[in-house]
Design a protein around this ligand. Structure first.
Ligand SMILES: [Zn+2]
Length: 53
């Protein structure tokens, strides 16, 4: 079992909530994978995802 940090984003344009790996170099390029919006995203903070290694 291992875990890594992510940033959780909520989209204002659609109901989607999704997470992005925190280590991503430039988070300004993040956009919603559902509707493609980059303006309506709100950063809900950091979270941890546990993975079965
Ligand atoms: Zn969206």
């Amino acid at each position: 079992m291992s875990e890594f940090l992510v940033h959780v984003y909520e989209c204002d344009e659609c109901p989607l909530v999704f997470s992005v790996e925190q280590t991503l170099e430039d988070q300004s390029f993040i956009k919603c994978p559902e509707c493609g919006s980059s303006d309506g995203l709100r950063d809900l903070g950091e979270g941890k995802v546990e993975m079965n290694a």
